[in-house]
Ligand binder design. Structure first.
Ligand code: HEC
Length: 106
């Protein structure tokens, strides 16, 4: 029994750290590359190729103001993405932070 429990604990630990890799780190300033890699590439660009580049993304972003950005509006209101799971609260918050921090190409 002990061995089985140990294996379960190890497995759970591995699963948790594997998930952690794909999570956006909020609070330590999400970057464009985080957002691009974790959100845009997997949930947007197969329908919107224009969102695959930084300059394309800026067409729907007002740097410094998430409130005035179409990107933030559509995700915060749950209008986008369609035909796939909605973004998590963390993902929405990370995009808000990134825009409010100036939407840098970092
Ligand atoms: C399955 C395809 C699909 C996915 C995935 C998708 N979109 Fe869209 N998106 C559309 C379509 C179709 C429209 C046009 C909808 C309309 O005009 O009613 C649209 C419209 C938009 C618009 C314009 C909104 C407007 O009101 O005209 C923005 C901005 C947008 N999408 C951003 C995103 C973002 C950001 C993501 C990823 C989080 C995303 N979309 C994921 C298909 C998709």
């Amino acid at each position: 029994m002990t061995a089985v429990r140990l294996i379960l604990v190890l497995w759970a630990g591995l699963a948790t750290s594997a998930c952690g890799v794909r999570e956006l780190k909020i609070g330590i300033e999400p970057t464009y590359s985080d957002i691009n890699r974790i959100v845009l590439q997997s949930k947007c660009i197969h329908c919107h190729t224009s969102l695959a580049t930084y300059s394309g993304l800026l067409q729907i972003v007002t740097p410094g103001s998430a409130r005035e950005s179409e990107l933030y509006e559509v995700i915060a209101e749950g209008e986008m993405p369609i035909q796939t799971a909605p973004l998590s609260g963390k993902e929405v918050a990370a995009i808000r932070e990134w825009i409010n921090n100036g939407a840098l190409n970092n």
